[in-house]
Design a binder for this molecule. Structure first.
Ligand code: SF4
Length: 186
């Protein structure tokens, strides 16, 4: 069971979260657990997450991933989390099937870039070409097409209650379940 060591002394579960190609709505839902954040802080500590601003993930028990995979940096971040997390959870429609960002998948990436950034023949326009910018992928991928995923928490976003119930079940070592009525798509 997570959170308990053999001497029965409580040990905090280590959590990581990240947002790839998403809108941060799933993280907003996580914050919407409101005062239960204090309860969570009693049993868990955070590694890499927007809440701590830690940039690289260390060893952790559970990683919650929001968003699909749209560029090379997303691939790097996702692989780092997978390598360090015992349990990896795809949170929300974007992580599970690409969601809204995947609406670009019916178009060629070159056409998308030229549509967004303008005609490369016109002065002062064109696709940015800076090594600091992550290369976009040909399409937006669900995270399970890049790494192995242990659990899927559907919704857009999943409600705060659904995230709380799912997360606490995992922390207690139970199989998380979500009945259809608990699924939320805004
Ligand atoms: Fe935003 Fe919905 Fe995607 Fe979550 S699943 S990141 S709420 S668009």
């Amino acid at each position: 069971m997570y959170g308990v060591n053999p001497s029965k002394t409580p040990v905090k579960v280590r959590l990581a979260t990240t947002s790839l190609a998403g809108c941060f709505g799933c993280h907003m839902s996580l914050l919407d657990i409101d005062e239960r954040l204090l309860e969570l802080a009693e049993i868990a500590e955070f590694d890499r997450t927007p809440l701590t601003d830690i940039k690289h993930c260390g060893r952790c028990d559970i990683a919650l991933i929001e968003g699909g995979v749209c560029n090379a940096e997303n691939v790097h971040v996702l692989r780092e989390l997978r390598a360090n997390a015992k349990i990896l959870v795809a949170v929300g429609a974007c992580a599970i099937n690409g969601g809204l960002p995947a609406m670009r998948n019916s178009l060629a990436i070159g056409d998308v870039l030229h549509k967004v950034y303008g005609d490369p023949e016109r002065e002062g326009t064109g696709v940015p070409n800076d090594l600091e910018l992550p290369l976009p992928l040909d399409k937006v991928y669900p995270i399970n097409e890049v790494v192995r995923v242990d659990y899927f928490l559907p919704g857009c976003p999943p409600s705060a209650d659904a995230i709380w119930r799912y997360l606490t079940a995992l922390i207690l070592g139970h199989m998380p379940r979500l009945e259809p009525m608990a699924m939320n798509y805004d």
